[in-house]
Design a protein around this ligand. Structure first.
Ligand code: ARG
Length: 573
């Protein structure tokens, strides 16, 4: 990774004997006002040891480093050494790094395991547009930690257990038909589920039957387990089709059921530690004193709950992976729930509870104002949304590029259509609710995925036109005359490229991919301004090489940036 501060600290340490390079680096400031330089070094602290007035010290240091090619100019102003970085030098350092494939990657996470749990849909329920957020945000968080050198475990905590399966089992036994189920599993299971709720309004015994069925399932009764397994397998097959389309995968699919035999230990522990008490036959943990209500651990019929399984899950993860961070990408609706979970873990004495991180996100709604619920059967399937995106993109590409082959259109439409959906998902601050709008998603000129991909393809086209030989020469950055990168837009672009690794870290540690998305939009816009304002492939060979070098770097950074969002970067569109 490039670090200008590091280079400056190195130079300064030749002038300042009493401080280590690291100490000096920590003291270097970035002035608010660019008139005070790109970087500044305050000398107050040195006055004590040097027995000299700070301005005089600053004067000596400035004189000592002035003339180094890194600087355009060095000034002493009061107690400060103000340093102005040479544009050509800055461009060289930046482009040298930014042209490399591994630009942005680091090994700072080496030896640390981060769990990212995301998607986690409920079996036998539709994989609907509401799941888009956790799935895509989670995947991006995984990619961000991966590039920073962490070992990442991608977990899909499938909702494959609980009373609702009792309902499914009862509904299937009463009204189900195997052939119909196999034909279109999720839609049929949804039909059964909806029917169950409708009938249960009339017939109160149905809910009791469902509870009974779930108790049987937990007890491992053959018929209940067989049906449940069948529903799970069919659902997972459907989910995997969507994951394939999204090019998203997981290391484990251990859902809630996986923990069904790992809970007793904690139920006992909660009781032994006096944390749990009985309330109308159920077992609860009272969290009122922390303002967190009460958490239900077992129901009066002895069956366990979501929370019970999550306690077991967290401890299993700690014991199994010894995680550094255990990240849950789950909607804001579960804010209180995760606070309860963390508090229970804390009360049980697990200090690592602080490393369990709930990463919440707001709601997605559709243009026509539908909020998506399973109960009412008013569901928008994610798969349909994705297919729709691909189809709409095909039309746009055919229009823009009438000569393109059918094959090309198919392939690019997939990369652009799916990419557009992901990009939109990741451009909003995750905590905000947002409305999914087709016009916004697929606008090639807006702040969208297609726009960024288009910019990448534009870079690729410039490089094709420049020709292989020129590109090769432009890759030898230290031999170029980078004083040609002087236009406002060109230099602005260099600065944006320079901070890219920092932006990745910021996005990762704030669990906020939109920080990266924003930055990639800025880079794309900056490149397009440069492209429109300046003649890149000029007759002046040196100038051309400098600008091609910038194009190579911009293309590379956009590509890496998109890959961190899980989006492909086609060379032609
Ligand atoms: N299946 C749950 C749902 O759809 C999300 C699971 C979240 N993860 C967890 N460990 N509780 O609401």
């Amino acid at each position: 990774m490039i670090d200008i501060k590091d280079k400056i600290a190195e130079l300064l340490s030749g002038q300042v004997e009493d401080l280590t390079k690291e100490e000096i680096k920590g003291m270097i400031e970035v002035p608010q006002d660019k008139a005070n330089g790109d970087y500044a070094f305050p000398c107050f602290r040195l006055a004590r040891t040097l027995h000299k007035a700070p301005p005089l010290i600053a004067q000596d240091i400035a004189a000592g480093i002035n003339g180094d090619p890194v600087f355009e100019k060095v000034e002493q102003v009061n107690a400060y050494v103000n340093m102005f970085i040479s544009k050509a030098e800055f461009s060289e350092i930046t482009l040298e790094a930014a042209q490399k494939d591994d630009f942005g990657s680091s090994d700072e996470g080496k030896g640390k395991t981060v769990i990212v749990e995301y998607s986690s849909p409920n079996i036998a329920k539709p994989f609907h547009i509401g799941h888009i957020r956790t799935t895509i945000i989670g995947d991006s968080i995984y990619r961000l930690y991966d590039i920073l050198g962490y070992k990442v475990e991608r977990l899909n905590h499938l909702g494959d257990y609980g009373t609702q399966f009792g309902k499914m089992i009862v509904a299937y036994k009463k009204w189900g038909n195997a052939e119909e189920l196999e034909k279109d599993p999720i839609k049929y299971l949804l039909y059964l589920y909806t029917k169950f709720h409708k009938e249960a309004e009339e017939d109160e015994t149905l809910d009791d039957q469902a509870r009974e069925a779930f108790v049987k399932l937990e007890a491992g009764e053959e018929e209940e387990v067989r049906l449940w397994k069948w529903f799970s397998d069919l659902s997972l097959k459907e989910f995997n089709r969507v994951y394939d389309m999204l090019d998203i995968s997981f290391d484990e699919y251990d859902g809630e059921s996986f923990y069904s035999d790992k809970m007793q230990r904690f139920i006992d522990e909660l009781r032994d530690k006096g944390l749990m008490h009985e309330s109308r036959g159920a077992n609860v943990v009272d969290l009122e004193e922390y303002g967190l209500g009460t958490a239900l651990i077992t129901k009066s019929d002895g069956s366990t709950l979501y929370c019970t399984r999550d306690i077991a899950t967290a401890v299993y993860r700690k014991e199994h992976y010894d995680f550094y961070k255990n990240i849950y990408v789950v909607a804001t609706q579960q804010n209180l729930y995760f606070k309860q979970l963390k508090m229970i873990l804390k009360l049980l004495g697990y200090e690592w509870e602080k490393d369990c991180i709930h990463v919440p996100f707001g709601m997605v709604s559709l243009e026509n104002g539908h909020i998506l619920s399973t109960r009412g059967g008013n569901v928008v399937f994610l798969e349909d949304v994705l297919n729709n995106a691909v189809d709409k993109t095909k039309e746009i590409i055919r229009e823009k590029n009438p000569d393109a082959s059918e094959e090309h259109v198919d392939e690019v439409a997939k990369e652009v259509g799916i990419g557009a959906v992901k990009f939109q998902e990741l451009s909003n601050n995750r905590i905000k609710d947002y409305t999914f709008t087709w016009d916004k998603v697929l606008n090639f000129d807006g702040e969208t995925g297609p726009y960024v991909q288009y910019t990448h393809a534009r870079c690729a086209s410039v490089l094709r036109k420049a020709g292989e030989e020129t590109v090769k020469k432009a890759e030898a950055v230290d031999e170029l005359d980078l004083s040609y990168i002087s236009g406002e837009n060109a230099y602005e672009l260099v600065k944006l490229l320079y901070v890219f690794p920092e932006v990745i870290r910021d996005a990762a540690y704030k669990y906020e991919p939109s920080i990266l998305t924003r930055h990639i939009i800025d880079i794309a816009q900056s490149y397009n301004r440069f492209y429109h304002d300046e003649h890149i492939l000029t007759d002046n060979e040196d100038e051309k090489l400098a600008k091609v070098a910038l194009t190579i770097a911009a293309k590379n950074v956009i590509k890496t940036g998109l890959s961190l969002l899980g989006i492909k970067a086609p060379d032609r569109m």
